[in-house]
Design a protein around this ligand. Structure first.
Ligand SMILES: [Mg+2]
Length: 227
């Protein structure tokens, strides 16, 4: 079946956003006087947990079990809200560029009449801020399944299944673009073919299940991508 739609992951795929996320987490922890610092090594490990709130909780369970008290989830939600505000402010002003080839591929896909969508475990606010800062128009993407409406995080396929439902397309008519093993698993579980472009933090991820793997999309034409 011909490919009719491209479905993009956001973090690590559209842009190398994880350093901006990490810095926003650390700034939040400092503002709340927690004394936590996530260095790149630790953050690389924490990225195995999808979702910001889930990531904070995994860190607390592992490093600060004394904080496992009633109300922890609410505390984490407050931290995450502040982290999101800091992150969106940073990326909306263009702190994080698109990865090589993304802007050109999106333009080629639009010119070819392909439908575009987003399937991500990040919040819609984060996605819109990144688009604002990088010149991608939200209107180019027919639907966006974000953590707000698809709360079960990758590798669960919920975000992809929601996109397919909204596009009214079978998985065989779509191609997913992902940077991580969790993302590949989510897309494959929804029945999709996946192209992987590993990011800085997912360079060591297994590409099992991916149809092809590229360092980035700079040398990949739309025809090449779909072929
Ligand atoms: Mg990703």
């Amino acid at each position: 079946m011909n490919t009719q739609a491209l479905i993009f992951d956001v973090d690590g795929t559209l842009a190398e956003t994880e350093e901006a996320h990490r810095q926003a987490f650390n700034q939040t922890f400092a503002e709340f006087g927690l004394g936590w610092v996530w260095d790149q090594n630790l953050y690389g490990k924490l990225l195995k947990v999808s979702g910001g709130k889930e990531r904070i909780k995994a860190y607390v369970l592992d490093q600060h079990p004394e904080m496992l008290v009633p109300g922890l989830d609410l505390r984490i939600a407050t931290l995450h809200q502040r982290k999101t505000a800091l992150y969106t402010a940073a990326v909306a002003t263009g702190d994080v560029p698109l990865r090589p080839g993304i802007a050109r591929l999106v333009a080629e896909a639009r010119a070819a009449g392909l439908r575009l969508a987003i399937a991500t475990t990040t919040t819609r606010a984060n996605v819109l801020a990144l688009m604002q800062g990088t010149g991608l128009s939200p209107e180019w993407f027919e639907t966006m399944a974000c953590s707000d409406d698809a709360p079960i995080k990758k590798p669960d396929p919920q975000a992809y299944l929601l996109v397919l439902e909204r596009l009214k397309l079978p998985p065989e008519a779509c191609l997913a673009i992902e940077d991580s093993a969790n993302g590949i698993r989510a897309a494959r579980a929804a029945g999709l073919d996946v192209v992987m472009i590993p990011s800085a933090y997912t360079a060591g991820d297994k590409a099992d299940g991916a149809r092809s793997v590229w360092a980035d999309l700079a040398p990949v034409s739309l025809t090449h991508l779909l072929g």
